[in-house]
Design a protein around this ligand. Structure first.
Ligand code: BG6
Length: 468
């Protein structure tokens, strides 16, 4: 990518969370369709069958994005629309839908940033073991190739996979995402295969000599401790391996660091899923840029006792706390000085600056794109307006710190608010809203720009040095 290209100022969505159109055209079922329709979906029990109805209203959503001063849209492709059963027959209707979305981007002068996979594995692939089955990595590379061939003329910014870390943590360690497992051995295997899948997809991209740049989206955490002694430093190092290095090292440098293997062996993680030739595959599949989803810090303390146990606040109720204990590694701590949203998420904007510096010091000059940043709240619609000063305060701080890092020389190429409009929150349902645009879920035709939507437009102008 040319350095002169305009900075990408946008917002983001993901297919399952906003499209709806659940059985429209040839779409097959994903693990999220099945999970949401099952008894396991018992916390905030809603589905993405209609969601924000983006499947029918994408043009309006992209138009509103553009009218809000944004020049880029990050969205994901549903594997089950393009290859309904995960492997085999390709759906022309699915391809045609995303061609229409890309045409709308073009019409409004919006740069698309396309995520090939954002949590919604085709159900038939779960039936053969999901990401624990190595064959799924190859199936993903085949699917990615179909995408490069179908959309390669219109897309210059590709992402293989969204958040392999957070996805597998929820699916195999917390147990709140399908397949609802709590087993660190199974988590390690699924995560490894997801990273392998991404590397294989990048290799296909290179072989096809596809245009543009390709990356992976990671959700790293700047690690903090409330004390500074040997034990706390050790906990911080372990949390860094757990949250950060296990993804960014193989994705950027082509292999995992030795310290990670030491910790995994200490925890009796069975590493027999690593096969001969894999390292070569990772080396050939390193990315052009890293997408960073930045929400908050991880404040950690030394591990004390007890079994590994990860819980996430899925309700927004104070009785339901996020708590993380990784046996022999670290525990989650709490900084009571820092403001939080009802889900317990920290509002600590400087963390984006600290994170960018940490990544730059570790990985050198790789470009970064902030692919998600935002805050969920119970927004209220009153007389056609949504006043969300808490969101403005949060985003304002993050954008200022991100911009400062960029001006100091870190290669940040874009920034995307999560999310473009209100959409389904995995497990949290529809009460927790992140959008710049409010969606009336009773009458999808009604979409109301929030105060933050107008504010974001001004903020972009301010950063671009335009007269206000
Ligand atoms: C990111 C995901 O991790 O967090 C998004 O990529 C998700 O898909 C966002 O919606 C917010 O998460 P939650 O659980 O607060 O809705």
């Amino acid at each position: 990518m040319e350095l002169k290209e305009p900075f990408l100022w946008g917002s983001a969505t993901a297919a399952y969370q906003c499209e709806g159109g659940y059985r429209e055209d040839d779409k097959g079922e994903s693990i999220w369709d099945v999970f949401c329709h099952s008894e396991k979906n018992n916390i905030n029990a809603v589905t993405g069958d209609v969601a924000s109805d983006h499947y029918h209203r994408y043009e309006e959503d992209i138009r509103m994005l553009k009218e809000g001063g944004q020049n880029a849209y990050r969205f994901s492709l549903a594997w089950t629309r393009i290859i309904p059963k995960g492997t085999g027959k390709i759906s022309q209707a699915g391809i045609a839908f995303y061609k229409r979305v890309l045409a709308a981007c073009k019409k409004y002068g919006v740069t698309p940033l396309v995520t090939i996979y954002h949590y919604d594995l085709p159900q038939p692939l779960m039936e053969i073991g999901g990401w624990e089955n190595r064959e799924v990595a190859e199936a993903f590379a085949d699917y990615a190739q179909v995408c490069f061939e179908a959309f390669g003329d219109e897309v210059r910014h590709w992402v293989t996979i969204n958040e392999p870390d957070y996805d597998t943590m929820c699916a195999y360690a917390v147990g709140n995402y399908p397949p609802n497992v709590t087993d660190m051995n199974r988590r390690a295997k699924a995560l490894y295969h997801m990273l392998l899948a991404s590397a294989k997809a990048v290799s296909r991209f290179r072989k096809l000599q596809a245009k543009g740049m390709i990356g992976l989206v990671h959700a790293p955490y700047p690690i903090a401790t409330l004390q500074d002694d040997l034990a706390y430093r050790e906990a911080a190092k372990n949390a860094d391996l757990f949250y950060n290095r296990c993804i960014a090292d193989p994705t950027i440098t082509g292999w995992f660091c030795d310290d990670l293997f030491v910790k995994l062996k200490e925890s009796n993680i069975d590493l027999s899923f690593i096969k001969e030739g894999d390292k070569q595959c990772f080396m050939e599949g390193t990315v052009d840029f890293l997408g960073l989803n930045v929400y908050e810090r991880a404040v950690v303390k030394p591990y004390t006792s007890g079994e590994t146990c990860l819980k996430i606040n899925n309700t927004g109720k104070s009785k339901d706390k996020t708590s993380i204990i990784v046996k022999g590694w670290f525990e989650l701590d709490k900084d009571s000085e820092v403001k939080r949203n009802p889900w317990g998420m920290e509002v600590y904007p400087k963390c984006i600056y600290d994170l960018l510096y940490m990544m730059k010091e570790r990985y050198g000059d790789i470009p970064f794109i902030i692919t998600e940043n935002g805050i969920g709240y119970y927004d209220k619609l009153e007389n056609g307006q949504v006043h969300d000063p808490y969101r403005i305060e949060y985003l304002d701080g993050f954008i200022d710190w991100m911009w400062k890092a960029k001006e100091e020389g870190i290669d940040v190429r874009g920034y995307f608010v999560w999310s473009t409009m209100d959409l389904y929150s995995w497990i949290n349902g529809y009460e927790k809203r992140y959008g710049l645009v409010y969606v009336d879920y009773e009458d999808h035709e009604k979409r109301y720009p929030k105060d933050s939507y107008y504010w974001y437009q001004k903020k972009i102008d301010e950063k671009e040095g335009k007269e206000l």
